[in-house]
Design a protein around this ligand. Structure first.
Ligand code: AHM
Ligand code: MG
Length: 337
């Protein structure tokens, strides 16, 4: 049986009617969706095209790029440049901000993206994703420096991700909740399959790279130890653990069934500020999680309230079901972290 689903276009037109999304934002979201559809196709054909391996380049973070990191980045760059209101692009894979306009105006967009997140999963055929977000300028810009794009996550007007899993999901928020679309193979369309996604407030599932246990700060260690203690511990119930090493897959699972995701700053990564990037990983995911009724924190502050100091800045990320993130925050407060 086939269920009749709303197309992304129809959904965006309705959002325009209800909330005044704007034509340019609609076009930009459709261009992002197109990018994700093309990237999904490249990933699925990756072994035949021989593009799953390393490229001969490093990105600004000193990480060896996969060929698909570079390909996905090019796809995002070319499609997001279509929209006349996009003034600049900020990518995980590009050192400097790419300015598309000489004199950006109030109302123009800044687009931030991680074109292929979790790319270490590529050659083992596990899920990867793309992450994106949009901020609108509230004044004209005269000085085109990298620092101009350092806006708090609270300024995002649109964010989302695509998950390249068994099917390709596109999860989107324009500040009116979260909606999930699935690419219908053969039709070329994203159809609304998960309307108004809300994540459960309570959970018994956590996701963290446990191999880093020895480097964690005391509040993180306390939280995880209490989860692992199960029924006989202070939590009085059993917890489950998952780690896919792909933040997009992790966040998606949490959106669907609850949970908490942690990639904290620890003794090993503290010199960099953490592992995950604020502008194109933590902020968009924080926005989605909050829009779905969850919470996103560094342990000591709301992620969306952090003032960025660099466009490739890294940060501690703890997000997911509200009550668990609040508990972890309270452990940080108690420890005076
Ligand atoms: P990337 O942007 O270089 O792919 O790194 C981000 C990814 C996240 O998707 C994931 O949560 C994390 O790195 C996995 O890190 P680890 O290899 O320490 O498990
Ligand atoms: Mg990434």
């Amino acid at each position: 049986m086939t269920i009749d689903r709303q197309t992304l276009r129809k959904f965006l037109l309705q959002e325009e009617e209800k909330h005044g999304l704007g034509q340019d934002m609609m076009l930009l979201i459709e261009d992002i969706a197109t990018s994700c559809r093309i990237i999904a196709h490249q990933i699925r054909n990756g072994p035949f095209l021989d593009i799953l391996g390393a490229a001969e380049t490093e990105n600004i973070q000193g990480e060896t790029q996969k060929q698909l990191d570079v390909i996905a980045n090019d796809i995002f760059l070319s499609h997001c440049s279509n929209c006349a209101r996009v003034a600049a692009l900020v990518s995980e894979e590009i050192d400097n901000v790419i300015w598309l306009k000489d004199a950006p105006k109030k109302g123009d967009y800044l687009v931030y993206f991680d074109p292929l997140d979790g790319s270490s999963n590529l050659n083992v055929n596990l899920s990867v994703g793309s992450i994106f977000s949009v901020v609108e300028l509230d004044e004209d810009i005269t000085d085109l420096s990298n620092d101009v794009v350092l806006f708090k996550g609270a300024r995002q007007i649109c964010a989302g991700y695509a998950l390249y899993g068994p099917s390709t999901s596109l999860i989107l928020s324009t500040g009116q909740g979260v909606n999930g679309f699935t690419h219908k193979i053969g039709s070329g369309e994203f159809l609304l399959t998960f309307p108004d996604m809300r994540l459960p407030q309570e959970t018994s599932e956590f996701a963290i790279n446990a191999s880093r246990f020895g480097s964690w700060d005391a509040p993180i260690r306390r939280y995880i130890e209490e989860c692992i203690a199960g029924e006989n511990g202070v939590r009085g119930r059993s917890f489950n653990m998952r780690w896919t090493a792909s933040m997009v897959a992790e966040v998606h699972r949490i959106l669907m069934r609850g949970g908490v995701f942690l990639y904290p700053k620890d003794a090993d990564n503290a010199h960099m500020g953490g592992k995950l990037r604020l502008l194109y990983e933590a902020n968009p995911m924080g926005f989605i999680i909050e829009q779905a009724g969850g919470r996103a924190s560094t342990g000591t502050a709301r992620i969306l309230d952090v003032q960025p100091t660099g466009h490739h800045q890294r940060i501690s990320v703890i997000l997911g079901s509200k009550s668990e993130v609040e508990l972890i925050d309270s452990y940080h407060a108690e420890a005076g972290a």
